[in-house]
Design a protein. Sequence first.
Length: 737
Amino acid sequence: MAMQSKVWKWYARHKNAINAIMEMSCDLIPGGRVLVGTLRLANNWIADKREEKQEQQIQEVERWLTDIKPVVSDIVEEIEELQSFQKANTQEEILKAIEESEIRLEVKQILPQISQSISRSMSYLAESQILNNRYLLEKKIGKGGQGEVYLAKHIVADIPVAVKLLPIELTDDTMAISRLRKEYNRLVQRLTHENIVQYRDLDQDHRSGRFFIVMDYVHGYNLRNILIDQHERSMSLSRIIEILQPVASALDFAHENKIVHCDLKPENILIRQDNKVLLTDFGLAHEIQSSLSRRPGVTGNICGTLPYMSPEQYLGRPLDGACDIWALGVILYEMLAGYHPFQGTHFDHYMRLICDVDPEPIAFLGQNQWEILRQMLDKNRKKRPFPAKKVLLEIAKVEFTESKIALMPEIEIVKSEELEEKAIIALEPTADTKNEDGLLLTRKKLLSANQLDKEDMLITKAFAAQDEKQIEVESPEQQQISLSIPGFIFLRTREYICGPFSHSIEEYLHERTQMEFALLQGGEFYMGASSSEQSRNSDEAWHKVSLSPFLIGKNLCTQGQWHKIVGRNPSYFQGENRPVENVSWNHCQAFCHETGLRLPTEAEWEYACRSGSEDSYCFGKDASLLGEYAWYVENSQGMTQNIAKKKPNTFGLYDMHGNVWEWCADFCNWDLKKGVLTDSYRDALHNPLSLQGSHRIFRGGSWDSASSYCRCAFRGSFLPEKSDYSLGVRFALNLES
C-alpha cells in the first residue's frame, strides 16, 4: 500500500491542476469522463478507508495515475504557477486561465498519451465484471469501432452469451440511446432467421453506466480463420457456396425487411461446430456509428470496416442492401483469389482504391464468373445484382477453368513457376534489341567513346563546383559514335558531377514509352554496406560483383507513361509527372511484356544508385545532404513529388533515393531476423540474379522513409501480387546476352 499512499498523496497535492487537465480532455477522449468519475469515487473510497468491494477500481485508478504522472507533471507545475499568478481558485477560473494561455496547446500535445492510458484502464476495469448481477464477463473476444465483445455467462441460466459493451461515448447521449433502443426493438421483431445470430438484451449497467448488448454465443470459428489457413488446404467452389449461401439467404431475408447489415466481413460470418453458418453483428453497427458521428468534432456518417466498405459508405451517402452485395462480392473475391481486391493501408488510401480503382480480374476465373463478380463490385450501387442468393447460384452454375480454387498448393506452384519463367524471359534480350554483334559493349569502348578533352574537363568541373548540375557536352564526334539501339533515339552525352565523382553519360529516348534512359558501363563494383557504415543491416554484406553494360531509366516511371501503356492509373497520389505507385511486381512484369523493357536486377539497381560511391548515399555518407537529392519523410510533405526535382547522381539518374521504392527483378525470401535472403548476394558473381523465393526485392526508400531506409544498400521485399502507395518502378534493358 506504500505505492498507493504515495501516488494518492501526489494526486491530493495537485488535484486541482490534474482535474483541470482531465476536464479539458474529457470531451475529446473516449472514456475520459467515466474515468474521471471513477477517479473521484476512488479518491473518496481511499479517504473513507472503506468500500473493500471496490478494491479493483482503486487499484486500476492507482495504476492509471502512476502511468500519467510523468506525462503531466511539468504541465501540472505550470498550471499551479498560473493559478497562483491569476489568483484562480475555482475549477472554472483555472480552466479559463488555461484557455487564455499557451498551456492549452501543451495539454493538446499530450492528449494522445492520455487517451492511450485511459483506453487501457477502461478496458481493464471492464474485464471480469458482473453486469447488473446477471452477466459475468469472462474473456474479451473482439474489439472494434462499435465496442468490445466479451464471452460472458448468464449467471441465472448458466449459459454462455456474447456481450458487446457499447462505446463509452454513448453513455451520456440520451438521444443516441433512444434511437438505438428503437432500432434494437425493430431488429428483434424482424430478424428471426435461422442463419442470423439473435439479440437477447439491450441494457445499461447500473454501476458503470455503460450500455451493452447481449447476443447468442456461437461456439466455433469465423471465416477469417478459414482465409488465414486457406493456403494450406484445398477449397472447392462447392465449399465456398456452402459457406456463403446461408449468408446470402440471411442478407436477402434482412433486405426484404428493409434491414441492412452495413458491416459484412469475414469476422462476422461464423461457422458453428456442427458446420451451421451464422451471420452476426446485424444492423446495429450502422446506428451505433451514426450516433458516434453526430457527436461534436466528428464529421461524416461513415460506418463499416475499411476493406469491406462500399463506395457509397465512404462517400457518406444513404445506404441500402447494395452495400451488403458489395461486401459479399469482396469476400467472394478474397476466397477465390486468396487476397483482397483492394489492398489499402489507411482510410484515404482505401477510399481512393474502392471509389476509383477497378479490381484486377482473377486470372483463372472464367469470363462469365468474372462478369458476375465484377457486377457485384460495380461502383454504381444501382448496377449491382440482386438478390444475393440468386447471384451466388448463378456463379455456381458456370464451370471453372480449373477444378480447384486459387490457393491450392499445386496451383500456387504452377503460378510461381510461370512467373519465374516470365521473369527469365523478361531479362533476356529480344531479337530486335541487339545488332549483329549483340551490342557487346566493353567498358574500354565506353570510356573511349565518352572521353573528354582534359581542358574541357577542367572547365566542366569549374562550372560543377558552382552548381553541381548536369552540363551538356556539345560534341558532334561523340554523337556520331553513339550506339544505334532499335526502339531508341540517341539524345545527348552529358557530364554529371556529384561530390567527388563525375561521369559522361549517353542518354537515349525509348520511343514507345517516351522514357529517357542512361547507358551505364557496368564492370566491377562493391555492393552492400561496409562494416563501418551506420545503420548497416545483417542482410547487407559487403561484396564485389560485376555487371555487363545496360540501359536504365533516368527517372521513375511516371503516371502519364504508365497510363499510356496500360490504359489506367492506379496511383494514390495523382499527378501526370508524379511517379506511378500502387503497382505490384506482377503489374510491372505485364508492363515489361508489353514494352520489351524489364526490371533492373538488384545488383544493377545498386550500381546505378551508387554511381561510383562506396558510402551510404550516392553523394557520400553525410545524411544531412539527403534532402538535396531525395524526397523522404523529412521533406516530402506526406506524399510523392514530381520526378526530377532534386539533384541527380553522377550517372544522371534522379530520385534513386526516396520518392517511391523501386521494384527489382530478383526473387527472395524474407526472414524477420535475417532480413532479405537470396542465393545471389555474394562475391565474384557476374550479373547476379536470384530466381528463388516467394518475395520480390525493392530498393531506394520512399517519401515516407527515414534516411537510413534510403541508403544505397538497404534491401526490402514484398509479395509479387502486393502493391503499396509508396512503391513504384524504374525500368531497364539488356545490351548483351
